[in-house]
Design a binder for this molecule. Sequence first.
Ligand code: ZN
Length: 201
Amino acid sequence: MSRVRSRIKPKAKERFQKRIRDVIKGLSRPVEIYKQPRKGECPNCFYDKMTASSTGKCKWTPAQALAKQQEWENSGYVTTRYKYFLKGRCPVCKGSGYLETVRKTWADCLVVWNPSARGYGNALVYTPAGTEGSTIVLLKTHPKNYDLFKDADKLFIDGIECKVSRPPLLRGLGNEAILIITAFTTEKPKVDSDEIIKDYR
Ligand SMILES: [Zn+2]
């Protein structure tokens, strides 16, 4: 008997885990992730370490700048990163010498607004310091998204701006693992009122 049981158990477990993943997949919706902007030296002009700003000299010849910009656009970007100028204010960094690249990406997540009111354990949810009165949102997603959420600057969940309240939490091991993210917003979500209980404490 016990033998049979031990043979069935992992299978059942597997099925169960697959179901959880399917549920997440089926009910998930895209969450927009803004990563912390990356600040780097301007790719278009020479940087002056003494003044910590642009030297006002272009790194490229007109043909080089065109080719590099074309290459940049071919990889899917729409911003101007390379543009020839003769002398003076760099048109890319406006003379600052730095360029901030905003990185935005998406991840499919199961979204639970105000999880404590919906029967989720206390262990998963807490109110970040200084955010009393804000709405908590719990996300469940595939562990592969860990890095996306780890240094996320802000999230847009159902069109509402949220902040991640602590590092993402990995629940379970190996194939069973699910990534859990707790975020909060001080905006009042405008989704149907049944879904959200305001003034969460
Ligand atoms: Zn520049």
